[in-house]
Design a protein around this ligand. Structure first.
Ligand SMILES: [Zn+2]
Length: 179
């Protein structure tokens, strides 16, 4: 697996250092391939999602070849969209990162990462990813409860993968347990 850190070393490129989420499928990924080329219809559907979450369309670049996967590029304030924005509907995975909708991914990038542009968490680190999913779950307009829940479960998973048990705040508890 190529991590964001190892890619930085490999290329020693300043832009890469700023790439967040370049490897969206970093754990047991079962989303659509990032090499799948988005069709006109796919892009139309994604634009509807972008409008639904009240995001600025000009930030999104479809089939972007600057990166290997869907992600926010902090340095140039662009959200690169590639095939892995879609879940792989043929997979039987139940990992929240695999099954979350394209709209939830767009929310993770736009409201999660872009909102925190320029802050100094290491790009792509667990804490950065946790924050992105946690933030997007709460502030993105027009997500379903299921989409918010997937984002929260993803945030929890990001910590768990690092051996940390996430503290659930009241928003997270309300969404997960209804209390
Ligand atoms: Zn991310």
């Amino acid at each position: 697996m190529i991590t964001v850190e190892s890619k930085n070393k490999e290329k020693n490129c300043n832009t890469c250092i700023e790439i967040k989420c370049a490897e969206f499928r970093d754990v047991n990924g079962a989303r659509k391939s990032p090499f799948y080329i988005l069709t006109k219809e796919d892009i139309q559907k994604l634009k509807e999602d972008i409008r639904a979450i009240e995001a600025k369309e000009s930030v999104f670049v479809f089939n972007c070849d600057l990166v290997r996967g869907t992600g926010y590029i902090d340095a140039i304030d662009i959200i690169a969209i590639r095939g892995n924005v879609f879940p792989d509907t043929t997979s039987d995975s139940n990992h929240p990162r695999d099954i979350m909708s394209a709209r939830a991914v767009l929310a993770h990038e736009y409201y999660g990462h872009r909102t925190n542009r320029g802050t100094n968490l290491v790009s792509g680190c667990r804490e950065d990813e946790y924050r992105a999913s946690r933030t997007a779950a709460e502030i993105t307009p027009n997500l379903t409860n299921e989409e918010r829940t997937h984002l929260i479960l993803d945030a929890i998973e990001r910590k768990r993968e690092a051996g940390i048990v996430a503290d659930l705040d009241s928003f997270m508890r309300r969404l997960l347990y209804g209390d």
